[in-house]
Design a protein around this ligand. Sequence first.
Ligand code: GTP
Ligand code: MG
Length: 186
Amino acid sequence: MVRVFEAESFPPLPVFALSGRSNVGKSSLLNALLGKKVAGVSRQPGHTRTIRLYLSDKEPFYLWADLPGYGYAAVGRTQRQAWAKTTQHFLRKVQPFVWVLIDSRLPPQPIDKTWIEVLTKEGLSYGILATKADTLTQKMRYHQQKILSEAYPKAQFFTFLSARTGEGIPLLKAWITNWLRDYSSL
Ligand SMILES: Nc1nc2c(ncn2[C@@H]2O[C@H](COP(=O)(O)OP(=O)(O)OP(=O)(O)O)[C@@H](O)[C@H]2O)c(=O)[nH]1
Ligand SMILES: [Mg+2]
């Protein structure tokens, strides 16, 4: 069973937030991570969402948070400001480790860099997950690996990932398990 919590009342566990541009694959990744369909894929943008937290599927226990996607051209200013406020409140209250999902096929995007500046200002650590890697040719992969890892030198972790093939997911979970071990021995 998947346990779901609202951001205002969740158990005292470390939180890993999934963030990124709209359509980058956050919900698909969350479903792949939990092995169940918990988040709507391709849902229509534009309506306010509360931030939900999901318990990891097995030990070690921690929480995943699905943050609202940024960068919808179609969304109005008021909506964007509301999301920014909800997100900032969440970041300050919960102090998550933040996964920044980026599209593995694109060059580094200014909007992702702006988001990372926000995280840095908030004093939060982050890692980069380059999604939809199943669509890359070998040659593109080599090229993108170089430019993307160079574009985000302060990231704690970088991997290619695919919700479709499962690539990168065991590695991501193993990294988190290690991180939690260090975290709990502080
Ligand atoms: N090829 C491929 N397509 C993917 C992958 N993950 C997601 N997609 C597709 O990308 C689109 C968007 O996926 P979502 O998971 O809904 O993206 P999201 O980031 O949650 O989008 P918002 O909730 O709107 O911010 C869908 O059409 C997915 O099928 C992947 O690993 N590989
Ligand atoms: Mg989504």
